[in-house]
Design a protein around this ligand. Structure first.
Ligand code: NAD
Ligand code: IPM
Ligand code: MN
Length: 349
């Protein structure tokens, strides 16, 4: 029996993960789900954001479903005790270096996008974000007096392995990779560009490769999104570009992700704990539920069930839109609509 560890975390994390777990139970009743604390909730209960017992559980699971971590209550804690550090430690413990963030405007749901329908139509971008390197993890960091520093450094093997994921993904899609960097200024981007080009020439000449600078790529991503198929980029650029890309489908609440490595995968919405709406029961759980779809597809290799979840979410977005996308449905009402759609859907698992 597959085991999934669910880590709701903080703020709206609990609300959206409850909805996602209900969907997972519906489509995969044989899966064992173990729910544990992470982030601020774990700090409150155990004094640390990523307790040892959680690490032991996730590393022996088949997949991990995460809500969100963080919130204003924890912002004044020492940096090593902050909820976000717990999330980074979780990613590191699982070795999930490849963060896959699909950005789709589902046909028929163009009206949810703030873009004109003709611009939004057909948007289907996959952001492949390097997740274990760069500024987030380099140990050359710190503060002293009036100076603070972080370091963006990458090695060839780190760039090589994430580049292979991007080219592999492009092969299954439309065959175009855009590698995004800042090679006009940064040495680390020069190495990034050289390494990506080398992987391309060695093995993936049948995929097209284009290099773009991150500043103009940000502009083009919102003004002409259909020019992109797979976007390959480093950790911080990927973080920023993916929240920007959330504008295309219409909300952060529509953006799921999968983080993959050699062991169990981690599946999580890209949004945060949304302190401004936490506790009100109005968060959009679509991103969390679509993350269950990614968990089924990539973590448990159940693509039929994954397709059913995606289709049910599309139906619910049409019939029960939440507040962030211009509707009035509560988190619970949206989740119920997904469950209802699943019980009537004809797509076979
Ligand atoms: P956020 O993503 O929490 O919220 C940004 C805006 O989007 C808010 O207005 C929020 O209400 C809205 N929003 C986000 N998700 C939504 C949803 N599912 N439905 C409806 N509206 C939604 O970003 P923030 O406010 O900058 O960060 C808040 C906290 O979350 C911080 O502590 C941050 O560190 C943390 N964070 C955690 C994660 C994670 O756990 N993966 C990701 C991002 C931010
Ligand atoms: C995300 C979040 C995290 C990140 C934070 C909370 C550490 O913003 O998953 O996008 O920057 O990776
Ligand atoms: Mn982010």
């Amino acid at each position: 029996m597959p085991k999934v560890v669910a880590l709701p975390g903080d703020g709206i994390g609990k609300e959206v993960t409850d909805a996602a777990v209900a969907v997972l139970k519906e489509v995969a009743p044989d899966v064992t789900i173990q729910e544990l604390l992470i982030g601020g909730a774990a700090v409150d209960a155990a004094g640390v954001p990523f307790p040892g017992e959680v690490e032991a559980a996730v590393t022996t699971a088949d997949a991990v479903l995460l809500g969100t971590v963080g919130g204003p209550r924890y912002d004044t804690l020492p940096r090593e005790l902050r909820p976000e550090r717990g999330l980074l430690a979780l990613r590191k413990a699982l070795g999930v270096y490849a963060n896959i963030r699909p950005v789709r405007v589902v046909p028929g749901l163009e009206h949810l996008s703030p873009l004109r329908p003709e611009k939004a139509r057909g948007v289907d971008v996959l952001i492949v974000r390097e997740l274990l390197g760069g500024l987030y993890f380099d140990s050359n960091r710190g503060r002293s007096g009036e100076r603070a520093h972080n370091t963006m450094s990458y090695t060839v093997p780190e760039i090589d392995r994430i580049a292979r994921i991007a080219f592999w993904a492009a092969e299954q899609r439309r065959g175009h990779v855009t590698s995004v960097d800042k090679a006009n200024v940064l040495e680390v981007s020069e190495l990034w560009r050289e390494t990506v080009t080398k992987v391309h020439e060695e093995k993936y000449r049948h995929v097209t490769l284009r290099h773009e600078l991150v500043d103009s790529a940000a502009m083009l991503l919102v003004s002409n999104p259909t020019r992109y198929d797979v976007i390959l980029t480093e950790n911080l650029f990927g973080d920023i570009l993916s929240d920007l890309a959330a504008v295309l489908p219409g909300s952060l609440g529509l953006m799921p992700s999968a983080s993959l490595g050699d062991g169990p995968g981690l599946f999580e919405p890209i949004h945060g704990s949304a302190p401004d709406i936490a506790g009100q029961g109005v968060a959009n759980p679509a991103a969390a539920i679509l993350s269950v779809g990614m968990l089924l597809r990539h973590g448990l290799k159940r693509s039929g069930a994954a397709n059913n979840v995606d289709a049910a979410v599309s139906l619910a977005l049409r019939s029960h839109p939440t507040r962030d996308i211009g509707g009035t449905a509560s988190t619970q009402a949206f989740a119920d609509a997904v469950l209802q759609a699943l019980s009537t859907t004809n797509v076979s698992a």
